[in-house]
Design a protein around this ligand. Sequence first.
Ligand code: C2E
Ligand code: CA
Ligand code: CA
Ligand code: CA
Length: 277
Amino acid sequence: AKQQGNNGWVRFQPETGAAELRRQQLREDLRHALERGECELHYQPQFSLPERRLVGVEALLRWRHPQLGTISPAEFIPLAEEGPLILELGAWALREACCQAQTWNFGERKLLMSVNVSVRQFERPDFVPQVEAALAACGLPGGCLILELTETLLHQEAQVGAQTFNELHRLGVHIAIDDFGTGYSNIQLLRHLPFRQLKIDRSFVQDLADGAAGLASAQHFMKVMLNLAHGLGINVVAEGVETQAQFDLLTQLGCDKAQGFLLSPPLPAGELASTFL
Ligand code: C2E
Ligand code: CA
Ligand code: CA
Ligand code: CA
């Protein structure tokens, strides 16, 4: 973009380029997205290995922008996290996902609803009461809910973590480490916090069967992560499974669950239900 210089010359300002302008617009519009009903959750199914039985779904936020079309959460979540908006969005997603799970009878079907949680939510003193309220609002058993936290988050919050974990545990709510292997891996985390599930980042899954150099080490690495998790009684989800070769290798290596485009993309609630429930 261009800006008036102090003597009338128009000067180029690289920091206010197209990308920054888009961010500014999204930041502004995001403030009204919830109240305008532009947000919704899509649900991506997760399947057990090797049976390929449905075991749960992950709720993923979608924003239908009236002019710009669907905006990826990879783009708008970081903007929301700059301020208090992430708390509102997060609380909405949590409640919406819990109620959807209850509508779908997840308790009786023994299915799990996974919800992504930002550090900004998790660090709030009222986070646990909020989870409790979301469960109570629709009568969903705590045991149907898994909160997905990223590894990076947990590093910064290890102290706060322990108590929050215990309180969530009392509600029966499970906790998964998301994107495992992409942060600064810290085995202490696994030692000190009671995780139920670990999600292996799709970058590892991609390398598994790509036939390029390092294939053996990707498989070896996966095996080590599986052994570590299983030794601690933690089950493992591979995310971003896109090919049958990846699926077969994961099955062979003893991975517990798989999620990815090979099995299904994230779907609107109605479509998820008509296809899988
Ligand atoms: P994530 O939690 O790691 O979610 C997995 C992402 O991978 C999703 O992207 C999903 O659509 C995509 N995906 C699933 N299967 C495949 C596959 O086979 N191949 C590839 N290439 N991608 C696959 P999505 O929906 O765009 O979400 C991006 C990120 O935004 C999520 O990453 C999560 O970190 C964040 N996010 C989404 N919803 C929420 C939310 O409600 N709250 C918070 N705090 N973050 C959210
Ligand atoms: Ca996730
Ligand atoms: Ca992930
Ligand atoms: Ca991710």
